[in-house]
Design a binder for this molecule. Structure first.
Ligand SMILES: *Cc1c(COP(=O)(O)O)cnc(C)c1O
Length: 393
């Protein structure tokens, strides 16, 4: 059987074996409802508290500021829609960026239909938010700034501390979608002036369908899912105890291994980037060269169609992505690649490769050799490339 080289860790990650192991007893033995009075339920309750403490510790937050949700999308929807609702007497203006995940962008579109005004900040050619545009966009009625910590497609990390400072100088709440950054880069909610932060289990070797929203004490956001009194009456529904335990374990693991793991990933990421840029002509790197997620590489190959490239890589056991998984299936090029100024035809020839701790240099050598062969092959079939070569002879 061919070895699988999984380079789509921004889409989802493998659940770590120790995470699965930590979760199992909460299906089979400690299955009690945490809201009950008998000791079986008490076991579940204790486990939830322990996970909440671990996560709060990872962010420099207080335990009661962590609220469990069903993942990144729910956290993003909650942060935006509930804040908009709670602060509507103060204003109806929200600032975000053109390169957010669809969980943010589509929530903003929904809010626009309900009387809110949204400013979508532009980014520079590296995908970094333009701070002067942010300052210009602020109005007396601005209630929230939401800027992602790191981009899921091109990996660029934003100047979060600076953005948080600007928000707080103006008395505006600051939310960040840190789904890609949590567990990959150090985050401290006080240092970065963050009022709300979204994260998701399955992006850091935890289970799918569990995430959290950090909500700073004093932020007036109400329940988004109505029902029982769970999560301090802010998020109803019997707790996903195994999921919460798994997220806690994944967080503990990610924090303990962060330095060593990301140092290694950065080295391999740069090795991959250098080889691809040097050995494959008419190629560009998308996203900031250095201020990017440790495991993210994103390329555009001229005269190549991203989907064909993915299919041919899959035949070699290599998993990558041409846009974000959510937009695959549509023919629109990625909104992120368009926002950094790529023309449609170049955005279409893009490939995102996101590493994990198991990837080796040998794996990447195999990937580069295959990329060279496949791209040669695809270009040899492209009439555009043929014209280009003729013209440049
Ligand atoms: C994956 C992702 C989400 C959505 O998280 P889910 O847990 O899959 O709902 C939101 N934002 C970013 C930046 C992501 O990468």
């Amino acid at each position: 059987m061919k070895k699988l080289i999984y380079l789509d860790n921004a889409a989802t990650t493998k659940t770590a074996p120790e995470v699965v192991e930590a979760m199992l007893p909460y299906f089979t033995e400690h299955y009690g409802n945490p809201s009950t009075v008998y000791s079986l339920g008490g076991e579940s309750k204790k486990a939830i508290t322990a996970a909440r403490e671990t996560i709060a510790g990872a962010l420099g937050a207080q335990t009661e500021e962590i609220y469990f949700t069903a993942g990144g999308s729910e956290s993003d929807n909650w942060a935006l829609k509930a804040t908009a609702e709670a602060y509507k007497s103060k204003g109806n203006h929200i600032i975000t960026t053109k390169i957010e995940h669809h969980a943010i962008l589509h929530s903003c579109e929904w809010l626009e239909k309900h009387g809110y005004e949204i400013t979508y900040l532009p980014v520079d050619e590296n995908g970094v938010v333009k701070i002067d545009e942010l300052k210009k966009a602020i109005r007396p009625e601005t209630i929230l700034i939401s800027v992602m910590f790191a981009n899921n497609e091109i990996g660029t990390i934003q100047p979060i501390r600076e953005i948080g400072e600007i928000a707080h100088e103006h008395g505006i709440l600051f939310h960040t979608d840190a789904v890609q950054a949590f567990g990959q880069v150090p985050i401290n909610v006080d240092e970065y002036h963050i009022d709300m932060l979204s994260a998701s289990g399955h992006k850091l070797n935890g289970p799918k369908g569990i995430g959290f929203l950090y909500i700073r004490k004093g932020v007036k956001i109400r329940s988004f899912v109505h029902g029982g009194a769970q999560e301090r009456k802010r998020r109803a529904g019997t707790e996903n105890v195994p999921g919460i335990v798994g997220l806690g374990k994944a967080t503990e693991r990610a924090m303990a291994t962060m330095k060593e793991r990301t140092d290694k990933e950065i080295e391999l990421r740069d090795y991959l980037i250098d080889r691809v840029l040097k050995e494959i002509p008419y190629t560009r790197l998308n996203g900031h060269r250095t201020t990017r997620l440790p495991n993210n590489a994103n390329f555009s190959f001229q005269f190549v169609e991203g989907e064909s490239l993915l299919i041919m890589l899959d035949m070699e056991g290599i998993c990558g992505s041409s846009g974000s998984a959510c937009t695959s299936g549509s023919l629109d090029p990625s909104h992120v690649l368009l926002a950094i100024g790529l023309p449609h035809e170049i955005a279409h020839g893009s490939l995102r490769l996101t590493l994990n701790e198991e990837i080796t240099k040998e794996d990447l050598d195999f990937v580069v050799e295959n990329l060279k062969r496949i791209i040669d092959r695809l270009r040899s079939m492209s009439p555009l490339y043929e014209d280009f070569v003729k013209k440049n002879k």
